[in-house]
Design a protein around this ligand. Structure first.
Ligand SMILES: Cc1cc2nc3c(=O)[nH]c(=O)nc-3n(C[C@H](O)[C@H](O)[C@H](O)COP(=O)(O)OP(=O)(O)OC[C@H]3O[C@@H](n4cnc5c(N)ncnc54)[C@H](O)[C@@H]3O)c2cc1C
Length: 381
């Protein structure tokens, strides 16, 4: 077993780190306050090929492997966690299902411009009454002639305020549960689609979360992704990939918390010495560093598994669960190491603490990841 990254992966890390340090990091605190969707960050990421990282070059992507994807999302999220999830959604939740389940026309029309970063994609599964229990969704899809009419509301849609295109999950009949669900590619301009009010959030404040209202939204039949009833399978397969992106985002946030804490603890004095000289602080730093390393290895393994096997739910859920909880612990200890200053928003760890929490919630809460892991290890094959 070889733990070395390839030369290309090393170069990618250096390139994205330099870009994130120079362009994204200086803007992060201001965007956190203004809550404005960072369109320019997205465009700059597109120039580096970060919008369709695992999409083959023939479809406008960068053709990276999964480990490279983790590397890039970690580096972006270390500088700006909102930009990290914005990219993760376009890459994993929008481009990936079209690449895997779309037909050639759909790929040419939708995948290419989104993978190039000329357009922004979003993913609409969650509804006001259901998130974890996605099979209970009630947005209705009714076929009439050459189109479907969608009726229902989707909430918390990341990228929603700026997205050009959405993958929307709706059901032919709620009584059929997962067997009735279909996935649709829905353009922002389709009649009957409108945006609700943007959400005011604890963290990742500029990721453009909004409600999407579908009031008889007209979707051409050719925009059905996969086949009727295949939507639940598409949604779950999509989340397997998405969870790798969120694990990477969590690692990036945790690393930022560690780096801020290493710097602060070597400058701050108490009782006549650097706080970094107290063993209590050293243990916190040691735990943070160890957990980041473990999370990264789990994320790399999940990404590698996804590249080589169709089934990867066990690996992706383990990576997402561990990385997000390690991230929350690192952010909490980061604030603690900064003492009172950690609670003040001029200090980066205050934002990191707020940004960290979401990683334990979206794309499956920690409770749901534990359910997936338990189901996988109890499987009788
Ligand atoms: C900032 C943000 C961005 C988001 N982005 C998107 C997006 O782009 N697209 C999208 O579709 N969704 C998005 N979501 C939705 C997110 O994925 C859901 O909020 C999440 O999956 C949880 O669903 P819920 O909020 O309905 O909670 P619920 O499902 O109501 O869960 C509430 C609590 O009960 C627990 N619980 C539920 N079922 C079980 C069980 N069987 N066993 C044990 N515990 C259980 C949960 O873990 C949680 O603690 C986003 C959410 C937020 C906050």
């Amino acid at each position: 077993m070889d733990f070395h990254l390839t030369r290309e992966q090393d170069m990618l890390r250096e390139t994205v780190r330099a870009f994130a340090e120079e362009v994204l990091k200086p803007r992060a605190a201001g965007l956190d306050r203004s809550r404005e969707f960072p369109v320019d960050n997205y465009r700059r990421c597109a120039e580096l090929g970060l919008c369709g990282m695992m999409v083959p070059e023939t479809y406008g992507g960068a053709g990276f492997d999964g480990v490279s994807y983790v590397i890039a999302i970690e580096e972006v999220s270390r500088a700006c966690a909102s930009t990290g999830v914005i990219l993760s959604v376009n890459n994993s939740l929008f481009c990936a299902p079209i690449l895997r389940f779309g037909n050639e026309t759909q790929k040419r029309k939708y995948l290419v411009p989104h993978a190039r970063g000329e357009r922004i994609g979003a993913y609409c599964l969650t509804e006001p009454q259901c998130g974890s229990d996605a099979a209970a969704l009630s947005t209705l899809a009714r076929r009439t002639g050459d189109r479907y009419l969608l009726k229902g509301n989707k909430v918390f849609v990341t990228n929603g305020v700026a997205a050009d295109t959405f993958v929307v999950y709706a059901t032919l009949d709620p009584g059929l549960r997962h067997k009735g669900i279909c996935a649709f590619i829905v353009e922002r301009g389709f009649p009957g689609l409108s945006l609700g009010k943007p959400e005011h959030k604890l963290g990742i404040t500029c990721s453009g979360s909004v409600e999407i209202v579908l009031d008889g939204c007209e979707v051409p039949a050719e925009n059905l992704l996969g086949t009727e009833g295949e939507g639940f399978k598409i949604a779950m397969a999509t989340l397997d990939g998405g969870r790798i992106g969120i694990a990477a985002q969590a690692i990036g946030i945790a690393r930022a918390a560690l780096e801020e804490s290493l710097a602060y603890s070597q400058g701050r004095q108490a009782f006549g010495q650097r706080i970094a000289d107290f063993q209590a602080i050293q243990w916190k730093l040691a735990d943070m560093a160890t957990e980041i390393e473990a999370a990264r290895l789990l994320a790399y393994r999940a990404a590698w598994t996804r590249d080589h096997r169709e089934r990867c739910s066990l690996e992706t859920s383990m990576a997402k669960l561990f990385a997000s909880e390690a991230c929350m612990r690192a952010a909490r200890e980061g604030v603690q190491i900064h003492g009172g200053y950690g609670y003040i928003n001029e200090f980066t760890v205050e934002r990191l603490f707020r940004d960290a929490k979401i990683t334990e919630i979206y794309e499956g809460t920690s409770e749901i990841q534990r359910l997936v892991i338990a189901k996988e290890i109890l499987r009788e094959d």
